[in-house]
Design a protein around this ligand. Sequence first.
Ligand SMILES: Nc1nc2c([nH]c(=O)n2[C@@H]2O[C@H](COP(=O)(O)OP(=O)(O)OP(=O)(O)O)[C@@H](O)[C@H]2O)c(=O)[nH]1
Length: 124
Amino acid sequence: MVRRDRRFLVRVRPKGGPMPGVWEFPGGKLEADETPEEAVVRECLEETGLRVRVVRYWNTLRYIYPHGPVELSYYLCEPIEPDAQPTPESGFVWRDVADLPNLTFPPANGPVISQLVEVFGHME
Ligand SMILES: Nc1nc2c([nH]c(=O)n2[C@@H]2O[C@H](COP(=O)(O)OP(=O)(O)OP(=O)(O)O)[C@@H](O)[C@H]2O)c(=O)[nH]1
């Protein structure tokens, strides 16, 4: 989850993979010989073009999708350059935290979306 002030980077999942058309945070699978934090930084750069730092570990949950079981670990991140923008072709856009509950995310994201609204929804 890449946050700048009240906003988070999200995009619509592309056609051709699991759960097309639903919104997602940047992310992906852990590779051999990397820590979760390294994977987070690598995936964010690959997917959004932004260099991020991990602010803190958020939580981990398991979910069984029709396409298989997943164990998802969430990390709160921020862009290193304060004004940098995601590459346009990435499809990632900034959305206010209050808008996130109105977007359809994968079901495993539900608890995290609620927590983000609780924690950041009152910010100016
Ligand atoms: N990136 C991302 N993945 C998520 C989110 N929520 C969620 O349940 N997932 C699940 O996390 C798993 C890993 O996602 P991924 O991006 O590496 O892989 P993918 O499913 O798009 O396709 P792939 O297996 O062909 O690489 C998928 O099962 C995906 O559905 C989210 O907000 N962001």
